[in-house]
Design a protein around this ligand. Structure first.
Ligand SMILES: CC(C)(COP(=O)(O)OP(=O)(O)OC[C@H]1O[C@@H](n2cnc3c(N)ncnc32)[C@H](O)[C@@H]1OP(=O)(O)O)[C@@H](O)C(=O)NCCC(=O)NCCS
Length: 161
């Protein structure tokens, strides 16, 4: 059920701003969006994807993109629904265009996804962060994630929904 829900996610993100509110639209990405993802990744070198250590038989991948009002991709997130366990969703990668960071886009995207995942039956969200990625660790901590003891070169973090 979580896997089905992630494949059809569509929502709007309204970011408050001192100047004018900005509206972004989120939807699942397809192969036709591959060029836009490559463009965004060119602005974010050295970012690593992490895959879940285990997964349930029904696990499925979803890539959700966030577009600005000019329909330019400004962020995306890769999810593995049903991993590491059936009631969990694993964030393999989240990237915000560097020119759009520290404006709340990543947080709003995650919170909208968390609401959708919870409604679809997920009870936990898990992810891994490279040990030298202090900015990401702080970002996820601010969103309620806690490090799970025992991980090695990467920090395993989880949050209940
Ligand atoms: C991590 C990332 C997704 C955050 O996206 P974002 O849109 O900039 O995040 P937000 O603006 O919602 O940040 C919310 C809070 O998280 C913390 N935070 C975010 N980025 C941070 C950074 N680089 N350093 C320290 N704290 C950071 C801050 O507390 C921030 O609040 P503040 O700006 O009011 O201080 C983005 O920096 C990114 O794409 N990084 C490269 C890819 C990556 O490392 N992804 C995570 C691994 S999966």
């Amino acid at each position: 059920m979580i896997a089905q829900a992630t494949g059809s996610l569509r929502f709007t993100i309204d970011l408050p701003s001192r100047h004018e509110p900005r509206r972004y639209k989120a939807r699942p990405l397809t192969e036709t969006d591959a060029g836009a993802v490559d463009d965004l990744m060119r602005h974010a070198p050295g970012v690593n994807r992490h895959t879940p250590p285990t997964e349930s038989p029904g696990a499925a991948t979803a890539r959700i993109g966030v577009f600005d009002d000019m329909r330019v991709l400004r962020a995306f997130v890769d999810l593995r629904a049903g991993a590491p366990t059936a009631d969990c969703c694993f964030v393999e990668l989240m990237v915000v265009d560097p020119r759009y960071r520290r404006a709340g886009l990543g947080s709003h995207l995650f919170n909208a996804l968390a609401d959708e995942m919870k409604a679809a039956g997920a009870r936990r969200i898990a992810l891994e962060v490279d040990e030298d990625n202090d900015g990401a660790a702080r970002f996820w901590s601010r969103l309620g994630f806690a490090a799970v003891p025992g991980a090695s070169a990467r920090t395993h973090m989880e949050r209940r929904l």
